[in-house]
Each structure stands twice: as C-alpha cells, then as structure tokens.
Design a protein around this ligand. Structure first.
Ligand code: ADP
Ligand code: MG
Length: 676
C-alpha cells in the first residue's frame, strides 16, 4: 500500500494537491507537465520572435513609473544586439528596486510587438550575480490550482521522482514487442526533458516517452475493467435457455423480417442468456434501427425459461410507448404485459407490485419506479434498460442493491465510438445494430436562419393540410426550468395564432405523466397534427406519419441531442425533413456542431466527431463508474488502445503479479474511488 502522505508537503499544500487528485508521491510521479519552457538557452534580443517565449540575458538601462494611462512600471533592457522593454501593470516596490539601471537580468517571457516597440509584459526575471549556469533540462509547467505555485510543485515532484520506486512493471518481452520506452526513463524524461525534445503539447504527445505513459494508463484501465468483468463472470445467474416456443411465434407474426444486424445481435444475446452467469451487454443501435423488437425477444426468452423480465425506460412517454408496442406484439401470444410507473394510482400500483412479487406476471414495463419502489420480483431473470445513458448511477445501484443477479441488457441510441467502447466500456459486452430496416427514406436536413421562420411556418401548414404531421421543438433553456416552461408555452401560443385550423398539441417536462401520455396518444392517432415539444420527445418516440421536424435555436443543442431529435422523423415511407433554425451570429463551436449534423446521418460518425469536439468526459460522465478519466492517452489512437487491450488479456493470464504491480502504481491514490 502506498503511503497516503506526501513528504515535503505542509497540510495546506497537501489539501491543494488533493484537489488535483494527488494523494501520494506515486501520484506526483504521474502528474505530467502540460508543456515546457526552454530556459536552457539565451536568445539575443535581436533574434527574438514575436509571440514566442524566450530567455534573455540583458542589462537594465532605465526603469521608471509611467502613466499610459494607468500607472505601470516600465523598464528598458539591452544586450549586445538590441533593446527590449519590460512592462509591469502590477508591481511591488521590491521589484522596482531590483530593476535598477546597471542590474544584469535573466528574463523569461513572450515578446510582443507593442506600441512603443518590442516588449514583454510581466516577464519572469532574476537579477544575476556572477556567472549563473543555465539549466540542462527544459522547465516543466504543470497543471496546478490557485495558491500552489509551479516552483513548489516542481520541488515536490522532483523529490517524488527520487523517492518512489520506478521499477519496470511490465515483462521485458512485452516492452520489447511494443517498442515501449522503459517506465523510469519515460517519467524522468517527461518531467525534465533534454532541450532537444519538442516543447509544445502536440509534439509532446507524440514522443515515445509520452506514448509509454499513455500505454500504461490504458493498460491500467483495461486491467481494472477486465477484473470487474471476471468478477461478474464468477457470479451466478439463472441460465435462460428457452425452447423458442414464444420467441419463434413472435418472429412468425411480426409484420416484418428482422434485419441481418438484428438477427446477429439477437444471437449474441441469446447465447449470453443461456450462460449461468449474469450477462452485461450493451445493445447499441442508431435511432430507428429496431432495438425494441430485440428487447422483446430477450424478454420472451426469459419468460420461456420460466423467469420474469423487466423493461425500464427513462421517461413515462417512452415507457408507455414500449408498453403499447409490446402489448400489441405479445397479446396474440397470450402474454400479458404489466405496466408500472410512479404515476399509477396507489391501489393499482399495489396490485401490480403484488402480482410481480407473486410471479403471476412475467413481463413488466415501466419507468425507474420499477426498481425504486418496493418491487420485489419473484424470479427476475432479465432486466432491460432502454436509453441507458439517461439512467443515473442511483438507479443502477438500486438494481444492484436488490441483490438481483439478473442478466442485464442496456440499450442505447447514443452510439459510443469504437475506441471508447474498447476502453471505458471494456467491462461490458457490446452488440451493435449497424443497419436500418429497409424502406426508410433518409431525412433531409436543412439549416435555415431564424429570419425565415414565417416561411417555415407556412411549410408546416402545407404539410399538415396534406395529412402529415410535424414536430416543433422549442428552444432549449438549460439554465432555468421555469423559463423553459414559459418558452414552450409561448412557442405553443404563437404557433396556435399563426396556424389557425391546425390541431396543435404541447408536451413538456412539467405536464403530469398522464397528461403527457394523453397528448402523445393524440399525436399517434393524428388527432394532433403539430406537436410542440421540449426535448422530452428526444428519445424513443415513434410516430411514422410525422415527417417534418423543426428545431428552434438548433445552435443551443448538443450533437447527440440533435441526432436523437432528428431520428423522430423519417420513420415512415414519406419523405422527411428536419429543419434546424438558427439564430445569428453563430459561435465557432455552434457552427461546427451544425455542420456535423448537416453533413452526417450516421449516428456513429456523429458520435465520433462529437468525441473529437468534446473529449470523452461527456460520454463517460453518465457512467460514473468511479474510474478516472484518461489523462494521457488519446482515444483517437486506436492502435494503442488495441495494444493495451490485448496486453491486459495476456498479462492477467501469464503475469498476474505484473498486472497487480501495474494496477497498484496507477491506482494507488484512487483505490477509494474505484470502490464506488
Ligand atoms: P429504436 O432502435 O430507435 O428503438 P424502434 O425499435 O423503435 O427503434 O424501431 C423503429 C421502427 O422500426 C418501429 O416502428 C419498429 O417496429 C420498426 N422496425 C423494427 N425492426 C424492423 C425491421 N426489421 N423491418 C421493418 N421495420 C422494423
Ligand atoms: Mg427505442
């Protein structure tokens, strides 16, 4: 066990270090610089490049307080080649005193072409006494926090590098095969690299020392996830091997044939369910790819095998849709699908809970009420969670705390890019539906400036008169729910005034669940032609006759959200369109997002680009597995992710002691996080 204190750190400093996630000396070793400053060289003033940081040895020629118009300290220095100005907008009397004419200085800073000639604002400087040798290594600049200076951090880290055991944890054979640098050499080089090493971040991340650390980090992640995976495989769950009586009948009476992709994932799930340990599988498929029927098959398999299955959705609207669909499909098979949500009347709820508890109902669909309320299943075999990213940690824990060793199938339409799935999700098995059912017409996406809104309103009128239906998504106001509600209300009122004769409905998050369900039912039956909605319709809503979606203030939405919203149309045979209204001027990032959504229809490609724009934090945030985010590895480097993945496999089998050492080094200070 690593020591939990850091020698040389006062308790105040230790607190600051903690906020940086640094609990032990071993953590300090892995606290790598953001970039470097080159103090190994002196640049002649005449050779200074504007915009670049450099170091000068020069003599002060004058130093005075000027008013330009603010009070500031202006100091001129010169060397044999030229002259330079140093400007201090804030300064101490001691600084003024040190900068006496004649003083010899070593100055570091970024030179800029100022109004009064070349200058450095707030340079770092030191008065030279005698011949002071230059450092032989680059100076690291570390990520830090207010009140913890670079100098203090450098000292603590240098000490840690001396005191921590930096021995190689990996077998020599692996190091050689992957052409990795040695660990000790790598950390030393990264904290104090020789002058030749490229100093900027981009080049830094490509050097072999960084690659080694990135590999180690990925390996630690893979090892801990594989351990979690192995622990799960060691637990027992009922083997759900049905005779196919129900699943075959469902397949026979569906109005469509499964796509090849649906068939493939169903085989994967079927095989897992037959195993006597809990499945934990993520079923991914773009919006509209047909995950629900796969869920229905899995649920039926549990029932065939004499167990119960539960299907949970994050919203009442979505749960209700699933219930309706499943009930339709399964009624001919004589299977009743129970319905349980928080909004049921108490008596009804109790009746269902009793039935579930007695095992008299085999399939239950509902919201998280299913796991949160006092529902005890008689023999739960499979828990299916739709739109798993929408579920919080709390709900997943609830399932765990019930001690339910059921198989778990999570479904998500937010595609997780491949490298992300290979890293953060390595403890899950993943199935992907990578094909849409035939007969879909692609949705045409249009970017339209909000000044053309009246024209769009006209389009909606035309379309609805022709018997089709449309969604109008209200501007997103994330900061305030009250304001969001007001905006939705106003949007509804405006559109009602602008479109007399159309039947318009409004659905938002604050409606009572049964009100929401009633509005949605009206839309399904085409009693409502235009549905004004907030993002409550983001997931799962399936009304094939709706062929137009208008999204107001599209620039405020995230990429995944836009993709999900757009997926609500194009579900029937009619030509469909999604109109993204945007308000000018667009910010740089909004423009980038809209461009991506405009140019791409494939959810995986959109997710990949999203990952590039925002980094993995957003994707993984909802998982909150307690696993730290990757700090050094770049998931774009699929080759390195793959190498770490296969190395983890062989290490756990052939060199378990090396795996343990490696994990100890990487997770020493984070042990408590991992227990979460
Ligand atoms: P999602 O993956 O977004 O949850 P759904 O399961 O809601 O997608 O399916 C979208 C629509 O496609 C539904 O109306 C569903 O009945 C239909 N569907 C599913 N699979 C097929 C298929 N193989 N062929 C034709 N239609 C299908
Ligand atoms: Mg769905």
């Amino acid at each position: 066990m690593a020591k939990q204190t850091i020698p040389g750190a006062t308790s105040i400093v230790a607190e600051k270090l903690k906020t940086l996630g640094l609990h032990t000396q071993a953590d300090l070793v892995l606290h790598l610089p953001l970039r470097f400053e080159d103090e190994t060289r002196i640049t002649p003033i005449a050779a200074a490049v504007p915009g670049a940081a450099a170091q000068f040895d020069a003599t002060v020629t004058s130093c005075e307080i000027a008013y330009r118009p603010k009070r500031q300290l202006v100091c001129r220095i010169e060397d044999a080649t030229g002259e330079l100005m140093l400007r201090f907008l804030n300064f101490y009397p001691s600084q003024q005193k040190a900068l006496q004419p004649g003083a010899r200085l070593r100055v570091f800073g970024e030179v800029r072409g100022g109004f009064w000639g070349s200058e450095i604002i707030h340079p770092r400087f030191r008065v030279l006494r005698g011949d002071e040798p230059l450092p032989t290594a680059l100076t690291p600049v570390y990520p830090t926090t207010a009140g913890l200076g670079q100098a203090a951090l450098r000292k603590l880290i240098a000490r840690a590098l001396d005191e921590v055991d930096l021995a190689e944890t990996l077998p020599a054979e692996l190091v050689a095969r992957l052409k990795l640098q040695d660990f000790a050499t790598s950390v030393r080089a990264l904290h104090a690299p020789p002058p030749g090493l490229a100093a900027d971040a981009l080049a830094l991340h490509q050097n072999p020392y960084w690659r080694r650390i990135a590999f180690d980090e990925l390996l630690a992640q893979q090892l801990s996830l594989r351990q979690a995976y192995a622990a799960r495989r060691a637990r027992r769950a009922p083997a759900l091997a049905g005779d196919g009586a129900l699943t075959q009948r469902l397949l026979a009476q569906l109005p469509f044939k499964l796509t090849a992709a649906q068939q493939r994932v169903w085989c994967e799930i079927e095989r897992d369910l037959a195993q006597p340990h809990p499945m934990q599988r993520l079923l991914q498929g773009d919006v509209g790819s047909g995950k629900t029927v796969v869920a229905a098959l899995a649920g039926l398999r549990a029932v065939e095998a004499g167990h119960q299955a539960a299907l949970m959705a994050p919203t009442e609207i979505l749960a209700e849709q699933h219930h309706r669909k499943l009930a339709d499909w399964l009624a001919p098979l004589g299977i009743e699908v129970a319905w349980l949500t928080g909004s049921l009347r108490k008596k009804d709820k109790q009746a269902i809970v009793a039935k579930v508890g007695a095992g008299r109902t085999a399939l239950v669909v509902g919201t998280h009420a299913l796991i949160e309320e006092n529902v005890e299943f008689a023999r739960l075999g499979l828990a299916i969670v739709d739109e798993q990213h929408r579920f919080g940690v709390r709900q997943r824990l609830a399932l765990k705390q019930k001690g339910i060793e059921a198989h778990q199938l999570a479904m998500s339409a937010t595609p997780i890019p491949r490298t992300l799935a290979m890293s953060y999700y390595a403890d899950l098995d993943v199935s992907v539906i990578d094909e849409l059912p035939p007969g879909r017409t692609p949705v045409m996406t249009k970017l339209v400036s909000a000044v053309r809104r009246p024209e769009i309103v006209g389009k909606v009128r035309e379309l609805c008169r022709a018997g089709r239906q449309a969604y109008w998504v209200c501007p997103l106001i994330e900061e305030s729910e009250a304001l969001q509600l007001k905006t939705a209300q106003e949007t509804f009122e405006h559109l009602t005034a602008e479109l007399p004769g159309l039947k318009i409905g409004l659905v938002h998050g604050r409606l009572k669940p049964n009100e929401k369900v009633a509005v949605m039912a009206g839309f399904v039956k085409n009693e409502i032609q235009l549905l004004v909605a907030t993002t409550v319709i983001e997931v799962g809503v399936d009304v094939p006759n709706a062929s137009l979606m208008v999204i107001e203030h599209a620039e405020r939405f995230g990429l995944a959200q836009l993709h999900q919203l757009r997926g609500r149309v194009g579900r029937g045979a009619a030509e469909s369109a999604c109109i993204l209204l945007y308000e000018q001027p667009l910010s740089e990032s909004a423009r980038a997002r809209l461009k991506i959504i405009y140019e791409n229809t494939d959810g995986f490609e959109i997710a990949r680009q999203d990952l590039r724009l925002r980094g993995p934090g957003e994707f993984v945030g909802a998982r909150q597995s307690g696993l730290p985010l990757l700090r050094f590895a770049d998931l774009e480097d699929a080759a390195l992710v793959g190498a770490a993945r296969s190395a983890a496999q062989t290490l756990l089998i052939d060199h378990p002691e090396a795996a343990a050492c490696h994990l100890a080094r990487w997770l020493a200070g984070r042990a408590e996080l991992l227990k979460a």
